[in-house]
Design a protein around this ligand. Sequence first.
Ligand code: SF4
Ligand code: SF4
Length: 246
Amino acid sequence: MAKDNYSKRRRIIQTLSVLILLSIPLRFFCVDLENECIRLFGIKFGLATMFYPLFTIVALVLFVVGIGMKKGRLFCSHLCPMHMFLEKVNSPKNRTSDSRPVKVWLWSLLFSFLLVQVILSFFQPLDNQIRLIASGNLPIIGISSALFLGFMGLFVHYQEHFCKKGCPYALIQMLLQSDQTRTMQFANPEKTCTNCRGCDDICPFNLRPRFESKTPDCTNCNLCTDACTTELGQGNTLFHLIDPSE
Ligand code: SF4
Ligand code: SF4
């Protein structure tokens, strides 16, 4: 499948975001309660300097929300694990496969386990968690079970419906977007669309891109552009990311 620079850049950013998430269970980035500090890739920030990594996290969140005003649902398509999950289970190959329900469960288990570990490991290393669970510590058993069941519910049952109707970031994004926000637009002036439905089959959010790519639900992931390029040939696509502010 032909990929333009936007798609390649998105894949690189997705990979980096997974590595950053994995750095938490590996304790490269975490709160060290024993030593009363935050660890950030080998650097310790004690109580007096804890302000710096916390400030960076808050600044990053504000940056993502702010840039979303101009660029659309940037966080969803570039950083969110749910989007990665949906790209997997709603790929054209999996969409029509008999084994899709099994794959949904397997990927849900993997994503849920990892996300629970990311949250718990931010405060407690894995060996401490195992020790506490083995000793019957009810708070950690309750928190880890509730988180795991919650994530399983999201991945197995709600999927893109959560992203469209329940995700706080999507709600903020919906409030902040304007006619200056970047959107994926479909134009077919030469009537070259072959109605192959490649764009419909690849959209991870189950949108019909030809009719719904300009709605707030579209994450500007560019997968419909890639699918259309594959159908119409290199350099041709009926989808374009339009940035009115440029
Ligand atoms: S419409 Fe296109 S850009 Fe929007 S979410 Fe679907 S595949 Fe991605
Ligand atoms: S991928 Fe392109 S050619 Fe195929 S249905 Fe979608 S817009 Fe039409």
